[in-house]
Design a binder for this molecule. Structure first.
Ligand code: MRU
Length: 351
């Protein structure tokens, strides 16, 4: 499978997802500032993938300091490290994986800050390990989630919660992959996901790479598709799951959840534990990124509305826990009451 992100010879290499499906091009990043720019401008996107990118960016930032004569001064290192972390965490506010990854790197900094060269290699090791772990976690999410599907099912998904949004394999699309690996016949319907078209450009592309049957619809066709019984499950990813189960995901997810509930079709969220933010009590407290109006008035360089048009462009919405049938994690499938299920799961993890 195509690598989404890779640490290679002291550089961070990413597939430029902005160009898909037209062109497959890799960008080599030499500095943490380059990595931060790539996260902000969507070269890489998807909650787990941007977490890995942030971790690699932090490792890169610390590696950049190697020729700095002052680096043995702990106060200088502390200031530099803080700057690197804040540059990377200032890129996108909604996906909690970014902050989770930065916190993990900060713990390593605290352990090894007295020895710059050990710190540098431990940060690199941790970032690479995070990438490898994420792949394995997605496979476990897939193995758990595939039990919810039966042969012949068609899954409706939104945005891209696939290999391209993670270290590979995917969360929502990981469930589909695992079901196929278990010998079930599964088809996918992908919503195009206006305005950035992650569904049309990325989900369709990645499924086609493996000849997984996929049909593309525009977002406003979802109601009809559900009404006509063309879908047996809706499965989406998540950018942040609050302590009570409220889930932020790509704009349009909330509307799909309402449709699924109305038509009594199960609505599943597939996400790693790193996406669950017990520090956020409910969805109202999840910061929602607003993006450039040009994403709505233009497709690439093509104008679709006058540039001076007033635009509202939130990148995510929050689906209340009450509309979610189950949350599929690498540990287990959580069912309502999500607040209790999440507390129990996190409590067990903390022991
Ligand atoms: O703006 P994006 O493309 O980063 O948004 C991605 C999503 O909303 C995904 O569904 C989510 O991050 C889960 S990815 C496994």
């Amino acid at each position: 499978m195509y690598p989404v992100i890779e640490w290679k010879d002291g550089q961070v290499i990413m597939l430029d997802q902005r160009l898909l499906p037209v062109e497959e091009k890799y960008i080599v990043h030499h500095t943490h500032l380059d990595v931060a720019k790539s996260i902000k401008h969507m070269v890489i996107r998807g909650a787990p993938a941007i977490g890995i990118a942030a971790a690699m960016g932090i490792a890169l930032g610390v590696a950049e300091l190697q020729d700095n004569p002052e680096i043995k001064n702990l106060a200088v290192l502390a200031t530099k490290f803080k700057d690197i972390v804040s540059t990377l965490t200032a890129t996108r506010p909604t996906a909690v994986n970014l902050f989770w990854a930065a916190a993990r790197m900060e713990k390593i900094y605290q352990l090894f800050k007295n020895d710059y060269f050990t710190l540098r290699s431990e940060l690199i090791k941790a970032a690479v390990q995070m990438d490898q772990e994420d792949f394995a976690i997605n496979q476990r999410i897939g193995r758990n989630g595939q039990k919810l599907l039966k042969t012949g099912d068609t899954v409706l998904t939104h945005c891209n919660a696939g290999a391209l949004a993670t270290a590979g394999y995917g969360t929502a699309l990981g469930v589909v992959r695992a079901a196929l690996e278990a010998g079930k016949k599964i088809k996918v319907i992908a919503g195009e996901t206006r305005p950035y078209l992650q569904g049309a450009r990325l989900t369709v592309w990645e499924l086609q790479q493996e000849a997984i049957p996929v049909t593309l619809i525009t977002d406003n066709m979802a109601g009809l598709v559900l009404k006509k019984d063309m879908v047996q499950a809706v499965i989406v990813g998540a950018d942040r799951i609050a302590a009570n189960g409220d889930t932020a995901n790509k704009i349009g997810t909330y509307a799909l959840a309402i449709l699924a509930n109305y038509h009594e079709i199960p609505f599943y969220v597939a996400a790693p534990l790193s996406t669950i933010d017990t520090g956020t009590v409910n969805g109202e407290h999840i910061p929602i990124e607003e993006r450039d109006p040009a994403e709505v008035t233009h497709f690439r360089d093509q104008m679709t509305a006058r540039p001076e048009t007033k635009v509202y462009n939130p990148a995510f919405d929050v689906t209340p826990a009450s509309l979610i049938t189950a949350i599929i994690t690498e540990e287990k499938i959580l069912t309502p009451d999500f607040g209790c299920a999440i507390a129990a799961l996190k409590g067990l993890k903390q022991k």
